[in-house]
Design a binder for this molecule. Structure first.
Ligand code: SF4
Length: 248
């Protein structure tokens, strides 16, 4: 099978999470109905962040941070089902931003939810790797060479998926002439932040090669983990002799 999607952290992490699920999605296999996806809340939130930074001053007061954030959240989270969690995200967002205002040299980000795309020809000439599609990602890049990613879901510890997201984003920034010296994942549901460990370009490319190998050689095996509990394709999978707490 040829990969026809641009290569991004979400694509790579999705294929690695469960190759079978990615293929079933791709071919439009029938899904069992499941409840509202967490991803919907995240999508709304990232639009709100963009709006927030479009409306906030270069150097706001703490009061302005609160009033602009509250206004943007009010516009975004109109559904009652989202409002309870949105309230928690809002308070943690205001707290993080107020603290950032006091402690960071530059407040306003250079890039908010900005799409960076690097062509496959440039990737070949700079990184010496053949890829079937361009690299693409959405970046939040703050002052002082700082990369930051907001998370709406729980983020209790650093996973390889998060590490890849950071490594890929750092590579994309470097390919577009930006230096990255600091990086943070910020979880707004728990109010915590994690600094990802350093990654190398070689490690990022190695993971991309693994994913290309899965797709091009059609190695769409099921990968049973606790994430199967949220998968709409469970009817395609045999769970006899499987403990989803530990995977197989
Ligand atoms: S139920 Fe689990 S193993 Fe089966 S496709 Fe979904 S994520 Fe993959």
């Amino acid at each position: 099978m040829e990969l026809t999607q641009k290569i991004s952290p979400s694509l790579v992490n999705y294929v690695r999470q469960c190759p079978l699920r990615w293929k079933l999605d791709k071919i439009g296999a029938p899904q069992i109905p499941i409840y509202v996806k967490e991803a919907d809340l995240g999508f709304v939130f990232h639009n709100i962040i963009k709006l927030y930074f479009q409306n906030i001053h270069e150097r706001p007061t703490s009061k302005q941070i609160r009033s602009v954030a509250e206004k943007m959240f009010e516009v975004g989270y109109t559904l009652d089902t989202m409002k309870i969690k949105a309230k928690r995200l809002l308070e943690n967002f205001i707290q993080f931003e107020t603290n950032r205002l006091k402690t960071w040299r530059v407040y306003k980000p250079e890039m908010v939810e900005e799409k960076i795309e690097i062509g496959k020809d440039k990737i070949k000439s700079v990184l010496n790797i053949d890829v079937p599609e361009n690299f693409v990602t959405i970046i939040d890049f703050y002052g002082d060479k700082t990369w930051l990613d907001w998370k709406t879901g729980a983020m209790p510890y650093m996973t390889e998926g998060l590490q890849f997201q950071y490594g890929f984003s750092k590579l994309m920034l470097e390919l577009s002439e930006h230096m990255v010296e600091k990086a943070y994942f910020v979880s707004l549901s728990s109010g915590t932040q994690i600094e990802p460990p350093r990654t190398t370009t070689g490690w990022v490319l190695q993971i991309i090669k693994v994913v290309l190998n899965i797709v091009q050689n059609e190695r769409f095996r099921p990968h049973r983990t606790h994430l199967c509990n949220y998968c709409p394709y469970t009817l395609f999978c045999d769970f006899s002799n499987t403990c989803l707490f530990w995977g197989v």
